[in-house]
Design a protein around this ligand. Structure first.
Ligand SMILES: [Zn+2]
Length: 171
């Protein structure tokens, strides 16, 4: 067991280093859900703390991808964490409480602008499928407009623009 501190929310974590799947480079913090690099575990040895939570990673654990929203005059930089299933992404409103909504003053972004479906393939690996949900101002995917009804399989570092707001997909 190794004790570390989440670099994002600073919660104490106890990790069984022998249980970490060799293929992963990051794992999600159980508290703030931000990615913690595995390298942190192998580097930092710390003494125990009273607020430490024990983290058990299942052997088939893999992080789900996220959208890094880039800062612009209308939008603060933020990270949207995707969940398994269909994620509706658009401008946050006071009425709906959508966990994948974007905090922005960008009025060219619809409240439901794009959808990203997250599902496992036959090998159990997460795949990501982007579509435009009939938005008023359309969606740019790597600088090309997504056609109505088109579904795009996302790859790491792909760029999406909705309204005036750009974001990068990270696997
Ligand atoms: Zn954290």
């Amino acid at each position: 067991m190794i004790s570390i501190r989440c670099p994002h929310c600073h919660v104490g974590l106890k990790v069984d280093e022998t249980k970490i799947p060799p293929q992963i480079q990051t794992f999600g913090c159980p508290q703030c859900k931000e990615p913690i690099p595995v390298s942190l575990i192998t580097q930092k040895l710390r003494t125990d703390d009273s607020d430490t939570v024990i983290l058990n990673l299942p052997s088939d654990y893999q992080p789900i991808g996220r959208l890094k929203v880039m800062q612009n005059p209308l939008t603060p930089s933020q990270t949207i964490h995707l969940n398994e299933g269909i994620n509706h992404i658009g401008r946050k409103s006071n009425v709906t409480n959508n966990p994948t909504a974007i905090e922005t003053g960008d009025k060219l972004m619809s409240r439901s602008h794009i959808a990203i479906e997250v599902k496992k393939d036959a090998k159990g690996k997460y795949k990501y499928f982007l579509s435009d949900t009939k938005s008023k101002n359309r969606t740019l995917y790597n600088s090309n407009y997504i056609e109505s009804g088109e579904v795009v399989a996302l790859k790491n570092k792909d760029e999406i623009q909705i309204g005036q707001t750009r974001m990068m997909f990270e696997e």
